[in-house]
Design a protein around this ligand. Structure first.
Ligand SMILES: Cc1cc2nc3c(=O)[nH]c(=O)nc-3n(C[C@H](O)[C@H](O)[C@H](O)COP(=O)(O)OP(=O)(O)OC[C@H]3O[C@@H](n4cnc5c(N)ncnc54)[C@H](O)[C@@H]3O)c2cc1C
Length: 387
C-alpha cells in the first residue's frame, strides 16, 4: 500500500455551519421569488443566471477565497465547499459565474499580469463576467498536448487560428482562457510549446457553433478562431509552458462536490416519497447509496482542506472525480430500481419520473467532462508509481 495518497479527516468548522444556514436562507428566498425551482433542473436552464450571479455577488460569495486586493474575501476553501454543496443540491443556476469562480479566477491570480488581475478579477467578483475553458479540440480532447490551434507572434500581440470544441458556455461567455500552440513539441518534452491566453469572446474572428445535447439542452459549442488578435498582455503565464498551468487548473476542476451531486435531486425526491415506514428493501437500497455518498463527501472535504493548505492534490482529486462521477452516473438507475418498490397507483411518483427522465439523459456526460474515467485512472496509476 502506498503512503503517497493522503485523505486527512477534515471536519468543517463552526463558521461553515453558520454559512450553510445563511446559504439555505438565501436560496429559499431565491426560490420564493421564482428565480429557479430545485425540482426542475431542466427548466432552470432558462433561468436568468446573470442576475442570479449579481445577487450571489452581493453576498460576497463569488471569488470568496481570493485576496481582498482583487475584491475577494479571503475566506477558506472549506467555506467555499459548503456554498458549492448547497447551491449544487438546490440546482441553483450558477452557470454565469461558476467556471470563473472555480478555476479561471484562480488561474489569473497565479499567472496574469498585475493590471489584468486588477481589471478582470473585481468584475468576476461582482458577478459581471462569465468565463469558458478552451482546452479540447476536435482531434484532441483527452490528449491536451496534441492541441493544434495556433498562436503566431505579431507586432504587439498574437494572432490565433484554429478550433476549440465542447466549450461549455462558449456562446455566452465574456472571456475564454484558451490553450494554443506557440511552438512545436520537442523530442524530449511533448508538453512543450503550449501557451495560455485570455481571450475576449467578442473579438473579431471568433465564431461559435452550437452543439445540441441529448437531454434537449445547449451548453456547449464549437468555437473557431480566424485571425483573432490578442494583445501581448493577455498572455497568461509563460510562453510554451502552459501545460503546468493547465494541469493545476484541472485540479480545481476535478475536486469539488459538484462532481458527484449533479443527480442528487432524484435521491432526495425518492427519500421524500418513501418516508420513514417504507419497504425494508428500499431502506437497504437508500442506506447503501447514502453510505457511499457520505464517504465521497468526506474525501471531497479532505481535498478542500488540502487546497486550503496550498497543496495541489492532483491524484486525490482524480480519485474523487472517478468514484464520484460513476456514483452520480449510476444514481438515476439505482433510484429507478428502488422506486419500482413504490405503489404508483396514486401518482405520487410523477415528479420523480420526470426528474429521472432528465437525470438519465444527463448522466452519460459525467464520466467524460473534466477528464474521462480512463484518463483519471492513468493519472492515479502514475501517482501510485504504476506507470
Ligand atoms: C458536458 C461536457 C462539458 C465539457 N466542457 C468542456 C469545456 O468547457 N472546455 C473544454 O476544453 N472541454 C470540455 N469538455 C471536453 C472534455 O473535457 C473532453 O471531451 C474529454 O477530455 C474527452 O475528450 P474527447 O471527447 O476528445 O475524447 P477522446 O480524448 O478522443 O477519448 C475517447 C475515448 O478514448 C479514451 N482515451 C483517450 N486517451 C486515452 C488514454 N491515453 N488511455 C486510455 N484511454 C484513453 C477516453 O477515455 C475516451 O473513452 C466537455 C465535455 C463534456 C462531456
Amino acid at each position: 500500500m502506498t503512503n503517497e495518497l493522503v485523505f486527512d479527516p477534515i471536519r468543517l468548522p463552526p463558521v461553515c455551519q453558520d454559512l450553510r444556514r445563511e446559504a439555505r436562507a438565501f436560496l429559499a428566498q431565491e426560490i420564493e421569488r421564482g428565480s429557479f425551482d430545485p425540482r426542475y433542473p431542466r427548466k432552470n436552464e432558462g433561468a436568468d443566471a446573470r442576475s442570479f450571479a449579481r445577487r450571489v455577488a452581493e453576498k460576497g460569495w463569488i471569488g470568496m477565497t481570493w485576496p481582498k486586493q482583487y475584491g475577494g474575501r479571503e475566506r477558506s476553501f472549506l467555506e467555499r465547499y459548503v456554498l458549492t454543496e448547497e447551491f449544487r443540491i438546490a440546482n441553483a443556476p450558477v452557470r454565469h459565474y461558476f467556471t470563473a469562480d472555480r478555476q479561471s479566477g484562480p488561474t489569473l491570480i497565479k499567472y496574469a499580469a498585475e493590471h489584468i488581475k486588477q481589471s478582470i478579477l473585481p468584475r468576476i467578483v461582482r458577478g459581471e463576467l462569465q468565463f469558458c475553458i478552451g482546452l479540447s479540440e476536435p482531434n484532441s480532447g483527452s490528449d491536451l498536448f496534441a492541441a493544434r490551434a495556433k498562436a503566431m507572434k505579431v507586432n504587439g500581440g498574437w494572432v490565433l487560428n484554429g478550433t476549440k470544441t465542447w466549450t461549455t458556455n462558449g456562446h455566452s461567455a465574456d472571456y475564454m482562457i484558451g490553450l494554443f500552440r506557440t511552438s512545436p513539441a520537442t523530442k524530449e518534452n511533448r508538453r512543450h510549446g503550449l501557451t495560455s491566453f485570455l481571450i475576449d469572446m467578442k473579438t473579431t474572428g471568433i465564431t461559435c457553433g452550437d452543439i445540441q445535447q441529448m437531454n434537449g439542452g445547449h451548453d456547449f459549442n464549437e468555437v473557431s478562431f480566424q485571425e483573432v488578435f490578442v494583445a501581448e498582455d493577455h498572455l497568461i503565464g509563460e510562453i510554451d509552458n502552459a501545460w503546468k498551468q493547465a494541469t493545476t487548473e484541472l485540479a480545481y476542476e476535478r475536486s469539488g462536490p459538484e462532481r458527484f451531486l449533479e443527480t442528487y435531486y432524484v435521491l432526495d425526491e425518492l427519500v421524500k416519497i418513501l418516508g420513514p415506514d417504507c419497504d425494508s428493501r428500499a431502506k437497504e437500497g437508500v442506506g447503501k447509496l447514502v453510505a457511499q455518498l457520505h464517504t465521497l463527501r468526506r474525501m471531497s472535504v479532505s481535498i478542500a482542506g488540502m487546497l486550503e493548505a496550498g497543496q495541489e492534490p492532483t491524484v486525490e482529486s482524480s480519485i474523487v472525480k472517478d468514484l464520484g462521477t460513476i456514483w452520480e452516473q449510476e444514481l438515476p438507475n439505482n433510484v429507478r430500481s428502488i422506486a419500482s418498490l413504490i405503489d404508483r397507483s396514486n401518482g405520487k411518483t410523477l415528479l420523480l419520473d420526470e426528474m429521472l427522465e432528465y437525470a438519465l439523459a444527463t448522466a452519460p456526460k459525467f464520466t467524460i467532462q473534466g477528464g474521462t474515467t480512463e484518463i483519471l485512472r492513468g493519472i492515479i496509476a502514475r501517482g501510485l508509481g504504476l506507470r
